[in-house]
Design a binder for this molecule. Structure first.
Ligand code: 5AD
Ligand code: SF4
Length: 432
C-alpha cells in the first residue's frame, strides 16, 4: 500500500509538470513517504531526514515534505525534531499535495511549515490516470479498493494513521481494472488494510468484485491483500473458489499469534480455533491454496507457553510464507499501557526459533514442487541470481529460470530445484 501511495504522490508531481530528478542533490522537491508500523521504520525516517538536513541547508529553496503515516502521527511535532522540513501531509490528505506545493512556490505565508492530517476521501477517489505505475513489472498493477481500518488491534497504529474505512465504488474499481488491462496489465492486486471488509455504498462486497473482475477479458491474475480472519466469510471463500483460475490460489491471512490468550489481549476478534476453522474452510474449497501470514512475537503478555502455541500453529498450518516481527510499542495504542515487557534479546530469540522452524517447513513445501510445471509471470532479471529471470507462480512462489524471456510474459517452467524462498527451473516453451 505504501508503494502504491508513492506511485500516487509521484503521479501528482508528474501531473504538475515535475520530472524525476537524477539524484536527491539536484531535486527541487523531495517527499519522504513514511511508515510508522514499528519503531524501526520511524527511526529510519529521522535518520534519512538527518541526511537531508545538510542538503536543505545548502539549498533553502528545496521543498522537503514528509508524507505517510509518520507525518500523520507526528503532525506539527515533526517540526520540533526536524525544523527544516517544509510540510507534513498524512496519507489521507495527499489530494492537497499540488496546492501545497504551489502555495510554497508562490511564497504564500504559512505555506512552509503547513500540516495537513485530515482524513479526506479524495485519497481513495484518486484520478486513475494520475498514478505513476513505476516498478519492476509492467504487467502488474495495484488497485486500491479500500482505505483505513475499523478494527482496533491493541498494538496497531493503522486505525489512527489511516483513519476509518472508506470503500471505492465497485464500478469505479472495475473501470480502472479494464483500463489497466487495455494497457497490457495481466495481474491486478486489490489493496486495502482489511481488503475483505470491502463493501461499497451499494452493498457490493469483495466476493462480488472478484466475480466481476474474473470476467474481464485479458486479465490473467487477481490477488488481494490484506485479509482479516474475522471477515473471511463463507461467501467470500465460495466466491474465491468459484471465480475460476484468474483468482490466484494464494491468500495472505495474518494470524499474529497462535495463543488465544494473546489474541484476546491483542483484541484481534478471532481466537486460534476460529482461525484454524477458516483455514480448514479455505483448504476444503481450494485444496491447492497457498497461505501466507504475519506473526508478532513478544507481545507484552506473551508467555513462553503462549509462544509455544505460536510454534505449534506453524506446524499445524504449514504456511507457505510468513512475515514475523518483534513487538514494537506504538504511541497512542491500547497495548502501550501493558508496557514492553520482553527484552529485545528475548524477542529476538523467539523470532529466531519461529523463523528457523518456518524455514524448514517452507523448504519442505517448496521441494514438493520439484518436477512439476508451473506458470510464471515474469517480472524481470534478478542480478543476485546470476541474471536469471524472476517471476511468480499463481501461488505467489518466486521462480528463477534461465533462457530467453521478457518482463510481462507468462512462461511455462519446469521446477528443478527448490530452497525455502524460491524455486529454480527451466522454461519448457509450451504449457502442458
Ligand atoms: N509491532 C510489531 N509488528 C506490528 N505489526 C503491526 N503493528 C505492529 C507492532 N506494533 C505487524 C503485524 C501486521 C503487519 C503489517 O505488521 O503483523 O500484520
Ligand atoms: Fe492494524 Fe488490526 Fe487494522 Fe490490521 S486489522 S490494520 S493489524 S488494527
Amino acid at each position: 500500500m505504501n508503494v502504491h501511495d508513492s506511485q500516487k504522490l509521484a503521479g501528482i508531481l508528474e501531473h504538475e509538470g515535475y520530472v524525476k530528478a537524477s539524484s536527491a542533490s539536484r531535486a527541487d522537491v523531495i517527499l519522504l513517504n513514511t511508515c510508522s508500523i514499528r519503531e524501526k521504520a520511524v527511526e529510519k525516517v529521522f535518520s534519512e531526514l538527518g541526511r537531508l538536513r545538510a542538503l536543505k541547508r545548502s539549498r533553502p529553496e528545496l521543498i522537503l515534505g514528509v508524507c505517510g503515516c509518520v507525518a500523520q502521527q507526528e503532525g506539527r511535532e515533526l517540526f520540533a525534531r526536524a525544523p527544516f522540513v517544509d510540510f507534513v501531509m498524512g496519507p489521507r490528505a495527499i489530494g492537497s499535495l499540488a496546492s501545497t506545493l504551489s502555495r510554497i512556490r508562490e511564497g504564500k505565508s504559512g505555506a512552509r511549515r503547513s500540516v495537513d492530517t485530515e482524513y479526506r476521501d479524495d485519497s481513495i477517489e484518486f484520478p486513475v490516470d494520475r498514478i505513476r505505475r513505476e516498478g519492476e513489472c509492467v504487467a502488474k498493477a495495484f488497485v486500491t479498493v479500500l482505505e483505513g481500518c475499523n478494527h482496533r488491534c491493541t498494538y496497531c497504529v493503522v486505525p489512527m494513521t489511516r483513519g476509518r474505512e472508506v470503500c471505492r465504488d465497485m464500478d469505479d474499481v472495475l473501470a480502472e481494472v479494464r483500463q489497466l488491462v487495455g494497457r497490457g496489465t495481466l495481474e491486478v492486486e486489490f489493496l486495502g488494510q482489511t481488503v475483505n471488509a470491502y463493501r461499497d455504498a451499494r452493498g457490493r462486497t469483495l466476493a462480488d468484485l472478484l466475480r466481476a473482475s474474473a470476467e474481464i477479458e485479458g486479465l490473467r491474475r487477481i490477488r488481494f491483500t490484506t485479509s482479516h480472519p474475522a471477515q473471511m466469510t463463507d461467501a467470500l471463500m465460495d466466491a474465491m473458489a468459484a471465480a475460476g483460475p484468474t483468482v490466484c490460489p494464494y491468500l495472505h491471512l495474518p494470524v499474529q499469534s497462535g495463543s488465544s490468550t494473546v489474541l484476546r489481549a491483542m483484541r484481534r476478534g478471532h481466537d486460534r480455533d476460529a482461525y484454524l476453522r477458516k483455514i480448514e474452510g479455505l483448504r476444503r474449497r481450494m485444496p491447492g491454496l497457498a497461505l501466507g501470514t504475519d506473526f508478532i512475537v513478544g507481545f507484552p503478555s506473551e508467555t513462553e507457553k503462549d509462544f509455544d502455541e505460536t510454534m505449534s500453529l506453524l506446524d499445524e498450518v504449514r504456511f507457505d510464507t510468513v512475515y514475523s516481527f518483534a513487538y514494537s510499542a506504538r504511541p497512542g495504542t491500547a497495548a502501550l499501557s501493558l508496557g514492553d515487557r520482553l527484552t529485545p534479546e528475548e524477542k529476538r530469540a523467539r523470532l529466531g526459533r519461529l523463523q528457523s522452524r518456518q524455514r524448514e517447513i517452507q523448504e519442505q513445501n517448496n521441494r514438493a514442487w520439484i518436477g512439476r510445471d508451473v506458470e510464471v509471470l515474469v517480472e524481470g532479471l534478478d542480478k543476485r541470481e546470476g541474471a536469471k529471470w524472476t517471476g511468480r507462480t499463481p501461488e505467489n512462489r518466486v521462480v528463477h529460470f534461465a533462457g530467453s524471456s521478457a518482463p510481462g510474459r507468462i512462461e511455462p517452467v519446469r521446477v528443478l530445484a527448490a530452497t525455502a524462498y524460491s524455486l529454480q527451473g527451466e522454461p519448457t516453451g509450451t504449457f502442458a
